[in-house]
Design a protein around this ligand. Structure first.
Ligand code: MN
Length: 748
């Protein structure tokens, strides 16, 4: 669990309650004090907030957590309250503050999502639920080198960006109160913070929060390195403190002389970033150019560049250290001018120059945007939010590196991916709505092939079950298992699809070759051709004539019904078999289970006229409808309507798909079955049949009866003969216009 400030278990709490007095005396007073402070913080920056609603959330959470304590022994409620305090200092909105107060009630108390929704509204319920979902993911036994995937997964699970802001505030307070935990938990939480949460804060541009998370994490992750780094920074600071202040004052004076309005701060690099720099670049602390510096905050972009000129006029810039993040913002929207210069004592220092607005974005990142959009209510707020998201997506498009911040944010905003775990904690990234079969194939081809079932979060699910973020997926396999053709109808990854097809095609090809051999032998016997006298070379030559590289290819094609056996034999033994016998008289055709009405030659296969076709029963296409052919094994070409649902499933094998068209001329009619729903009144049937007589349409059968489900309606079922789609459409539209006709369906 990420949850680190887990309250004592229910049993312990109950025991404590039974022992009399759930909490030590005075704790309520402390909570009230804390609440008053938080409310004051909110009042100072957001005086228009609904304080009654804020108070309600506080009281609700107090009541729910009443009997719980933190590991430190203080009332549990101190934690959510402190989280709300962090959020208040970030000037977050009411939904955020309420979520902060309520964020642990769903997981740790008897409160329900429904209750929260009823009392605090949809937004708060969604956010509390979102924070709870994040807390439930088991992160600490995941495999290494997957931090990026896990970060993305966390973002992908967030429906509302406020969820992540609350989660980060939660994490910050957990870190601030780590001392009462065991060393092992401290390390785990610190590592998780440095690997997952601080980078997320960074991506969201929340520089201040990120800095605090990193430094607190560093302190617990590697206390020794932390102490050393701090000591080194401190010694340099003391050595140059006087110098740094002098530089700051000089900068301030020079800017004033040039009439550039500015606030100027001295700043020292944070321990974690110093440590990272020393470690990554293998340099000594004296080579860290930006260890110390000043930050200039001015009023306009123009003055940023003017200030840069003033600095370079006063001190010598270090080549290669000038960075213009105003012209080219960092992916997380950070903007500033950076330069390093040689100071008066020979020590370098860095100067950062930015506007107030840029400063706000640098410190608060996405939270700044969130605040900015506040203040408007109603639909306009939504519009603005959408505009803001669109802007993010546009920025994202301009990024060269697809792995950077915006693409993660996009996952968050438009979830196209789903992040799941193996039971061992490896993260598997799949497209949205991927299934356990996709998951199995992404683990290993053999796992995919032999997959027989799946458990998600410990429960058996169907193989076509859609996976969700954070699911733990266990695949059940069986030796000798085989992929099923059905899988092709639901898998979402190209990898799974290709692997399944490969196996199915290989198996089907074997069967087709076998069948092709039999068809050829049987036909040869019937026509008195001795196949044993046909040499391999002759066979190969004929195969080549059909465009087949190998004899097996020809056999497979025969098996699939692409060519007729008789034709092949006429080429193998021209003296014994006449080549041009009409296809429909071939014995293969007589054996075929045609299903149609025997008049199928109205359909032509493009480019090939000896191929046998039949109209598929499932959709019974009629002339004029778009059609598509599918080569069946040994039965010729099944012709389906292009939008027949069956054919969508069948046509996964591109090589068995074949173009067909309606042959010209022939005066053929097609049986069509119609079900007409009408008012239950006399004369209805008569009117319907009259329409058909007027159109000169044959009725093969007609039957009318009262509709059992609707007492005042009737159903007329009829089979009629139509010439083509046009004629059918015409009479259906005439029937529809008839008063009393409610609906007409064509059934197969
Ligand atoms: Mn918490």
């Amino acid at each position: 669990m990420i949850q680190d400030s887990t309250p004592n278990s229910g049993a312990e709490a109950a025991a404590a309650a039974a022992a009399g007095g759930a909490l030590p005396a005075g704790s309520t007073g402390k909570l009230e004090q804390g609440y008053a402070r938080m409310e004051e913080t909110v009042r100072a920056r957001r005086p228009g907030e609904d304080f009654a609603a804020l108070r309600r959330a506080f009281e609700f959470a107090c009541e729910k957590h009443a009997k719980q304590r933190r590991d430190s022994g203080e009332p549990y409620m101190a934690h959510p309250l402190a989280v709300a305090q962090v959020l208040a200092e970030m000037q977050m909105d009411l939904v955020c503050l309420q979520t902060g107060l309520l964020h642990d009630t769903l997981e740790d108390t008897a409160a329900t999502g429904e209750e929260i929704r009823r009392l605090f509204g949809e937004d708060v319920a969604r956010c509390v639920n979102g924070v709870t979902k994040l807390s439930k993911i088991n992160l600490h036994n995941r495999e290494d080198r997957q931090a990026e995937s896990v970060r993305k997964m966390l973002l992908a699970m967030v429906e509302d960006i406020r969820v992540i802001i609350v989660k980060l505030a939660d994490r910050l307070h957990n870190l601030r109160t780590l001392e009462s935990l065991s060393r092992e938990r401290q390390e785990r939480i610190a590592a998780e913070t440095i690997e997952l949460y601080a980078p997320i804060a960074h991506r969201l541009g929340m520089g201040k929060l990120r800095g605090e998370l990193e430094d607190l994490g560093f302190e617990y992750l590697d206390p020794e390195a932390w102490r050393e780094t701090r000591a080194e920074i401190e010694s340099r600071r003391l050595a140059s403190e006087h110098g740094l202040e002098e530089i700051r004052a000089t900068v301030e004076r020079k800017l004033a002389e040039e009439h550039i309005p500015a606030r100027v701060y001295a700043r020292i690099k944070r321990p974690w970033s110093v440590y990272q720099k020393l470690r990554k670049q293998r340099i000594s602390i004296d080579q860290v150019y930006d260890l110390m510096g000043v930050r200039i905050i001015t009023d306009s972009v123009k003055n940023c560049y003017a200030a840069l000129g003033v600095i370079h006029n006063e001190w010598h810039p270090i080549p290669g250290r000038i960075k213009d993040f105003i012209a080219i913002p960092r992916p997380n929207l950070y903007q500033s001018l950076h330069t390093s210069v040689m100071g008066p004592s020979g020590a370098s220092f860095e100067v950062q120059i930015r506007t107030e607005e840029m400063h706000r974005v640098a410190e608060e990142g996405i939270a700044a945007h969130w605040k900015y959009k506040e203040g408007r209510r109603g639909p306009a707020e939504d519009d603005q939010r959408i505009a803001w998201l669109r802007q993010l997506v546009e920025w994202q498009r301009e990024m060269r590196d697809p792995s950077d911040f915006m693409s993660s944010l996009k996952v968050d905003l438009y979830p196209e991916e789903v992040y799941c775990f193996t039971p061992k904690g490896r993260v598997v990234v799949l497209p949205r709505d991927a299934t356990p079969v996709d998951f199995a194939y992404s683990i290993h081809t053999d796992v995919g092939h032999t997959c027989t079932g799946a458990k998600v979060n410990g429960r058996m699910v169907p193989l076509k079950h859609a996976l969700r973020n954070g699911d733990i997926v266990e695949i059940l396999t069986q030796n000798g298992g085989q992929p099923s053709r059905d899988w092709l109808t639901f898998v979402k990854t190209a990898r799974a699809r290709n692997k399944i097809r490969h196996v199915i095609n290989a198996t089907e090809r074997e069967k087709a070759i076998e069948l092709g051999q039999k068809v050829l032998e049987r036909e040869a016997r019937r026509l008195g051709v001795a196949l044993s006298r046909v040499s391999r070379q002759q066979m190969e030559a004929v195969a080549a004539e059909y465009g087949c590289g190998k004899i097996e290819d020809l056999q497979a094609a025969l098996g699939w019904g692409k060519f007729s056996a008789r034709q092949v034999l006429s080429k193998l033994a021209p003296s014994e078999v006449a080549p041009e016998e009409p296809a429909q008289e071939a014995p293969a055709a007589q054996e075929r289970d045609r299903g149609g009405d025997g008049k199928d030659y109205v359909i032509q296969v493009k480019g090939l006229d000896d191929l046998l076709t039949y109209r598929a029963k499932c959709c019974n296409p009629i002339r004029g409808e778009p059609i598509v052919g599918y080569i069946t094994r040994g039965k010729g070409v099944a012709v389906h309507s292009k939008n027949c649902p069956n054919v969508q499933n069948l046509l996964y094998e591109a090589e068995r798909r074949i173009e067909v068209e309606w042959a010209r001329g022939a005066g053929q009619s097609f049986n069509v079955r119609l079900v007409v729903h009408t008012d239950d009144r006399a004369g209805m049937l008569n009117q319907l049949t009259q329409i058909l007589f007027n159109e000169d349409i044959n009725i093969r059968s007609v039957e009318a009866h009262a509709d059992e489900k609707n007492f005042d309606s009737a159903v007329v079922e009829m089979t009629i003969e139509v010439r083509d789609k046009k004629q059918l459409e015409r009479i259906v539209s005439v029937m529809r216009r008839l008063s009393g006709v409610r609906d007409i369906e064509r059934v197969h």
